[in-house]
Ligand binder design. Structure first.
Ligand SMILES: [Zn+2]
Length: 147
């Protein structure tokens, strides 16, 4: 259950950032190389958020395609399937520039000020925090079999 461990990591990180506020929406960017099944992650997420400040939160997953950059001609190519090959000159000497992402991109938190002042229009922009830091990158892959 790769997705369950990811969901648990996400809930841990988001809970710390939310700092007691209710979380309405969690936006993630997940690279194709991570082999995460979005529906499985959504399922695991719904399971894990029960009884946490994230309960009822929506999980939005942005699927990031694999992109490589050619070391010969510097062309960026989006890779649909193996092998990794430059779409410009056909070289195999390419560098991965996208597709390994696994991070929480943004959070939408319940705006407590709005809640206590119902006269204000609900159109107020939700408090979205840009996190962006790749805090989930790295060692996760090594623990795939831990569960
Ligand atoms: Zn090339």
């Amino acid at each position: 259950m790769h997705e369950l461990s990811i969901a648990e990591a996400v809930v841990g990180v988001v809970s710390r950032h939310a700092d007691g506020r209710c979380v309405k929406r969690v936006q993630m960017r997940i690279g194709h190389l991570r082999q995460v099944v979005p529906s499985a992650l959504e399922f695991a997420f719904a399971l894990v958020i029960e009884g946490t400040p994230l309960q009822g939160a929506e999980l939005a997953i942005e699927d990031v395609p694999v992109v490589v950059r050619c070391r010969s001609c510097a062309t960026d190519t989006t890779i649909a399937e193996f092998p990794f090959q430059c779409g410009g000159c056909g070289a195999f000497d390419v560098q991965l520039v996208a597709g390994e992402e696994l991070l929480v991109d943004a959070l939408e938190l319940e705006d407590e000020e709005d809640e206590t002042r119902p006269s204000r229009r609900r159109q107020t922009r939700p408090a979205t925090r840009q996190l962006g830091s790749p805090f989930l990158n790295g060692p996760l892959g090594d623990n795939d079999c831990a569960l």
